[in-house]
Design a protein around this ligand. Structure first.
Ligand code: UD1
Length: 424
């Protein structure tokens, strides 16, 4: 018989794209606990609630205010209970350091279940450490839940693809965001009992914070509001495009990066192109002497006339933004150009045309159902796709299950699995 009906969950975050995927799960855990009214020592029926104690672990893979701390306040996430402080390093060094430090946390906390999200090095490192741990002589270890399982680009040169495959193959519960994920996991021989289609927790965050993001002052700061442009968005924002680029395959080689920037020249001559640049990308721009393509935001509030006319087709580079400011910029953009995974999904949900500067995507639903177009990385491909998408007015659909309720579905499955494990 179970001694109590409290279970311990350990949730891991590490890098920027993890925060918005984990936040709704943390909220669902809190909501679950508020709904637990039965006394702790009562023996429960299958339907009885389990009180969940969550321990939030931050690996420290991302550590800057702009890459990490800001997201905790924007998304109302509680401070981490444990911070591993690993910082940057080569893939091997970073992954190994997370594993070493995380193993100690597992042995101290002995959670019933571990939640990892996405496909970053922290995701794999923590899942791998948990898969080999044993709390005692019986070999007990936590159940491993992977949120955003099954996505495949079929490009093993991407570090994230290796992280996805390996994490899925050590996980016990695989939470899938789109139908391609179900197919991929079945084709890799993963038992269907472990696979759960739940939708997309990143979209839970988007829907929860969409309204709050409207209150951001970023459009005013960048001089993007009130230009009176006939092509601007409904709330009076000017017509502008938004850019993000950080994939090593796009920015780590001068020739490739230069090609991409030349491909974007057509777009930046037609409207302001706003570029919140990842630290890796900022370093490469300086290293490769590519500054001539950019104008730096001076931090001084700009007016609409200056942003539209004074930059002579150059890209307006700013520092990375927090969640709410970035979402506000995304919601009002005429087109978003990116090599990020998550932004392909967010633009699909918002109905904003998206151009992805990659040869492939692990999120094919964003192309099939959503607003995303794959441009590849050639100059001509980028030029054509960005100009076409700038004029695109086609309303597209939102994928199944991207409805703001994914975290709740995940929690229902988790509670059931914990009950089953305790009953066995
Ligand atoms: C990581 C993820 C990637 C995700 C991206 C989002 C992996 C393999 N990659 O890539 O999937 O899309 O995060 O941002 O996990 N740096 C800072 N400050 C920070 C963090 C990083 O300056 O807070 C710089 C460091 O120089 C570091 C470099 O950025 O070496 C890269 O950081 P890293 O976490 O290694 O990978 P990302 O490129 O951010």
């Amino acid at each position: 018989m179970e001694a109590t009906r409290t279970a311990k969950i350990l949730t891991v975050v590490g890098a920027r794209p993890n925060f918005m995927k984990a936040a709704p799960i943390l909220t669902a855990i809190r909501d679950n606990n508020e709904g637990v009214i039965a006394p702790v020592h009562a023996t429960g029926s299958q339907d009885s609630k389990i009180a969940l104690k969550n321990v939030l672990v931050h690996t420290g893979q991302h550590y800057d205010e702009a890459m990490s701390d800001r997201f905790f306040s924007d998304l109302n996430i509680v401070r981490p209970d444990v911070h591993l402080g690993v910082g940057s390093g080569s893939h091997a060094a970073q992954t190994a350091e997370i594993m070493k430090r995380f193993e100690e946390v597992l042995l101290k906390e002995k959670p019933d279940l571990l939640i990892v999200v996405g496909d970053v090095n922290s995701t794999l490192a923590c899942a791998l450490a948990a898969s080999k741990i044993s709390y005692d002589a019986s070999g007990a270890r936590p159940l491993i839940a992977h949120v955003e399982a099954g996505l495949r680009s079929f490009d093993r040169d991407m570090p994230e693809e290796i992280n996805r495959i390996l994490t899925d193959h050590v996980a016990d519960l695989l939470f899938v965001t789109e139908e391609s994920g179900l197919r991929n996991l079945r084709e890799e021989g993963i038992s269907s009992e472990k696979i759960h289609f739940v939708g997309n927790t990143m979209i839970d965050s988007l829907l929860a914070f969409k309204h709050k993001a409207e209150q951001s002052s970023i459009l005013n700061k960048l001089g993007l509001r009130g230009s009176g442009s006939p092509n601007g968005s409904a709330n009076g924002a000017a017509r502008y495009a938004l850019l993000t680029l950080h994939r090593p395959s796009n920015v780590d080689q001068r020739e490739t990066f230069l090609n991409i920037l030349e491909g974007l020249a057509g777009l930046s001559s037609l409207c302001p192109l706003i570029f919140p640049a990842h630290p890796r990308t900022q370093k490469r721009i300086a290293e490769f002497g590519l500054d001539r393509f950019f104008v730096r935001d001076s931090g001084v509030q700009r007016d609409a006339a200056s942003v539209c006319t004074n930059d002579s087709g150059r890209i307006l580079m700013i520092d990375p933004l927090g969640y709410l400011d970035f979402m506000c910029l995304m919601q009002h953009a005429a087109v978003v150009v990116t090599d990020s995974g998550g932004i392909q999904e967010e633009t699909t949900c918002l109905g904003i045309p998206c151009v992805t500067i990659r040869e492939n995507t692990e999120r094919p639903i964003t192309v099939r159902v959503g607003t995303n177009v794959l441009a590849g990385t050639s100059k001509e491909g980028i030029r054509k796709a960005t100009l076409q998408q700038l004029e695109s007015k086609t309303a597209r659909g939102v994928p199944d299950g991207w409805d703001g309720k994914s975290a709740q579905r995940i929690l229902d499955v988790i509670c059931n699995e914990i009950r089953k494990k305790r009953a066995s």
